[in-house]
Design a protein around this ligand. Structure first.
Ligand SMILES: [Zn+2]
Length: 279
């Protein structure tokens, strides 16, 4: 993705210097942090691969971002700005509505959200209570090194997926789906997640056609990321049996397919994961 030197979003809340007990390296030592999640919470569930992965060091006090951190933050900010541009346009032209942007909270280690405490283990998520996206940019490192989902557009896909939850929130889809089942291959939770993947694909289509920011290989990076964070793949990587009745985000095949459905059409009307017979 072409992002260097481009405009970032003003809707960034940077809490990285507040410290808060970071797990050095971003992924170790999470077992030492109490994770209290209240309310509805839409993130990448890393529990399968992070359980029992303790042993890291706990850092406390103020934190000074490294150059790599700053680059990751800048990348997230430019990606967020691109989502604002694309979704403002879609809301206006396809829905006749005004898009209200979300705020992206950047943190390091742990922080508080309207949906409870966040840490490296929770992964990036959207909280509908305060309408903010939470991201510890160390997650990008984890994706690259531990999940086999490298490349800048893999990271962009994650940001776009979380923004997709915000779009669902604005459209009233999230509050409706919250009343449904929260686990299982056919659950509301999985349908919500696959739709967010589809919305990320819709965004990618418009980033390409409207902004011209995609580069060769970007879509493959996003598809690979979708594959690597599918419930079945995460369970397998953790040495567990694949149990569709415990799915919360959808299988690798589903996540790839719904991202691609959005990307091919650029039309949110193609993202009806609730009405389809072919989830
Ligand atoms: Zn999600």
């Amino acid at each position: 993705m072409r992002w260097q030197g481009r405009r970032g979003s003003s809707n960034i809340e940077d809490r990285r210097r507040m410290g808060g007990g970071a797990a050095i390296g971003g992924v170790g030592g999470v077992g030492a942090l109490a994770i209290v999640l209240i309310g509805y919470f839409l993130g990448v569930d890393l529990t399968p691969i992070l359980n029992g992965g303790g042993g890291g060091m706990i850092q406390s006090g103020p934190y000074e971002p490294t150059q790599a951190d700053e680059e990751a933050a800048q990348f997230a900010s430019v990606t967020l700005a691109d989502t604002e541009e694309v979704w403002a346009d879609i809301f206006q032209n396809q829905l006749g509505q005004t898009y209200e942007p979300t705020t992206l909270v950047l943190f390091k280690g742990s922080t508080q959200s309207g949906c409870g405490g966040a840490s490296a283990q929770t992964g990036p998520f959207y909280c509908p209570v305060d309408k903010k996206v939470y991201l510890d940019t160390d997650f990008f490192i984890l994706m690259d090194r531990q999940l086999g989902a490298g490349g800048d557009f893999a990271d962009a896909y994650v940001v776009a997926h979380e923004v997709g939850h915000h779009v669902q929130d604005l459209l009233g889809i999230l509050s409706q789906a919250q009343r449904g089942s929260q686990q299982g291959a056919d659950s509301s939770a999985v349908r919500i997640e696959l739709q967010a993947d589809c919305f990320a694909g819709v965004w990618a289509y418009h980033a390409q056609t409207q902004l011209g920011t995609l580069e060769q290989g970007d879509i493959d990076e996003a598809l690979n990321a979708a594959e690597q964070i599918g419930d079945d793949t995460l369970q397998q990587e953790a040495g567990q049996a694949v149990r569709p009745d415990s799915f919360t985000h959808g299988s690798s095949e589903q996540r790839e397919r719904w991202f691609y459905t959005g990307y091919q059409s650029g039309d949110i009307g193609q993202c009806d994961t609730f009405g389809t017979r072919d989830l």
